[in-house]
Design a protein around this ligand. Structure first.
Ligand code: SIN
Length: 295
């Protein structure tokens, strides 16, 4: 019997802080996600406070701020503390009056789909994918529901056997925007098509230095250098980890005027559309850094 292959152990996460000087932190789950209390994000934030928020973000990956009252410019100003604002590739077909830095997340009884219903990391088809996103939900479904699940991809990486991990460490995978934007959302591609780029299968987070499993079922089409059937089998096995291991997850239950900030480099997320025919409304702003993840 191979102990590693049968192991059900939970990797030991680094000790995560709950004592930050400027705000209170309540974990949502032991391994990912925390509620932050005591901050009004519509007000200017000092450099010291932003520094502490960055530390809490690195520690918890998903930060939830309740009872925030933000107009678009305050939402964007908050996001800019973490990177320059991203323009979503699906915005190529929007009119010039629409704000290209804001992604409207709106689901009604008439919607053909809800954005992000399936585990994914945002826009990994880009050469430099967003490093994070700030989703501000102002309308929640009258019937309840509409939560978002998040998964800790450090821990997913640590759950792989050392043998599989070292095999994956040398590989890169293709992330293709056509998969969700044409395949699921049936949108018209821009001239030249949606972005398609390669990223390492196991990458390193530039802030924490920790390894993450960096393939996602939303965008990753195949692993380079393998037969397609080999790639399919390996990707499906890796994707199934998120379905099989709820200990990787936290679940954010939205109330109106909640903003959630997630780190797109070490998490995946999935929107739960369990509220049809009720509606849900929010706006997402994403941030990008100077470079994509490397090994
Ligand atoms: C997204 O994928 O960014 C949407 C998440 C959500 O609506 O909960």
């Amino acid at each position: 019997m191979n102990d590693i292959a049968l192991s059900k152990h939970v990797p030991v996460s680094p000790q995560r802080r709950t004592d930050y000087g400027s705000f209170r932190v309540t974990p949502i789950s032991p391994h990912i996600g925390a509620e932050i209390e005591g901050l009004d994000l519509s007000q200017p934030l000092s450099d010291a406070l932003v520094g502490e928020l960055r530390q809490a973000w690195a520690d918890w990956m998903v930060l939830v701020f309740r009872d925030q009252h933000l107009d678009r410019s305050a939402h964007k100003a908050f996001a800019r503390h973490f990177g320059r604002l991203h323009v979503h590739p699906m915005h190529h077909s929007r009119s010039s009056e629409q704000d290209s830095e804001v992604l409207v997340v709106k689901t009604t009884a008439q919607s053909a789909y809800t954005a992000g219903e399936g585990w994914h990391t945002d826009v990994t088809c880009d050469a430099i994918p967003p490093l994070g996103s700030a989703l501000y939900i102002t309308e929640t479904p009258a019937c309840g529901g509409g939560d978002t699940l998040f998964a800790n991809m450090y821990m997913a990486c640590e759950m792989l056997s050392p043998t599989l991990r070292s095999f994956l460490e040398g590989l890169v995978a293709v992330h293709d925007g056509a998969l969700p934007y044409i395949g699921s959302y049936k949108s018209q591609p821009p001239e030249g098509g949606y972005p398609r780029h390669e990223h390492p299968v196991i990458a390193r987070h530039p802030v924490t230095g920790r390894q993450v499993l960096y393939v996602n079922s939303g965008f990753t089409s195949h692993i380079v250098g393998l037969h397609r059937w080999e790639s399919r089998a390996i990707l499906d096995m890796l994707f199934s980890l998120l379905q099989r291991e709820p200990k990787l997850h936290c679940r954010v239950h939205w109330r109106p005027n909640t903003l959630t900030l997630w780190d797109n480099r070490c998490t995946q997320h999935q929107a739960v559309w369990d509220y049809y025919p009720n509606s849900r409304y929010g706006e997402r702003v994403s941030m990008v850094g100077e470079s994509a993840l490397t090994t």
